[in-house]
Design a protein around this ligand. Structure first.
Ligand code: FES
Length: 183
């Protein structure tokens, strides 16, 4: 910043705004390519007092079968997926497959139709693709992390690639049939 702008509050504010826009734009660009590391995205999240909230409540009723939403809990993305019968069947059928991080589908869900997990790749922390229609879901129909090629199945279990663990299932409670509290 030049001396001219630092002595002019209006110019300084404009410059700061431009800096912020540049940062925001480049961050969105990185997220758009699926190569965002979580700590980078984390810097764009709400203030510390909001992040400190230990629980997040989610109304599941607007999420149709086959849809996913992402909510923020303790500063992390949490994937909430309304699974269809076919996805559930695939997940359960693969309980006996050679899983890098063995876990049954039943152990990862409270209700088979709702898969809820922290949407952070367990390799180096990218956010896997597969939440939105048209995004690649990987070779096992779940999520794909393009950073280094990790494939997750319809239960969020790691099936192929360098990620060592399944995507984490956070603690959550069904408050009633259509509302959950995460954390
Ligand atoms: S961070 Fe996901 S594969 Fe490396």
């Amino acid at each position: 910043m030049t001396d001219a702008t630092s002595s002019n509050p209006a110019a300084e504010a404009e410059e700061n705004r431009r800096d912020f826009l540049l940062i925001a734009t480049s961050t969105v660009g990185v997220v758009g390519t699926g190569l965002a590391m979580w700590p980078l995205v984390d810097s764009m999240n709400p203030a510390a007092d909001v992040l400190a909230l230990s629980s997040t409540e989610v109304d599941l009723s607007p999420i149709e079968v086959g849809q996913s939403i992402t909510v923020v809990w303790r500063g992390k993305p949490v994937f909430v997926r309304h699974r269809g019968a076919e996805e559930i069947k695939e997940a359960e059928a693969d309980d006996t497959a050679a899983l890098p991080d063995p876990e049954t589908d039943e152990a990862r869900v409270q209700k088979p139709e709702w898969l809820i997990m922290v949407g952070v790749c367990t390799h180096l922390g990218c956010i896997p693709l597969g939440q939105k229609t048209g995004e690649p879901k990987g070779e096992y129909g779940g999520w794909f992390c393009p950073c280094h090629g990790s494939h997750y199945d319809t239960s969020g279990r790691i099936r192929k690639g360098p990620a060592p663990k399944n995507m984490e299932v956070p603690g959550y409670t069904f408050l009633d049939d259509t509302n959950i509290r995460i954390g």
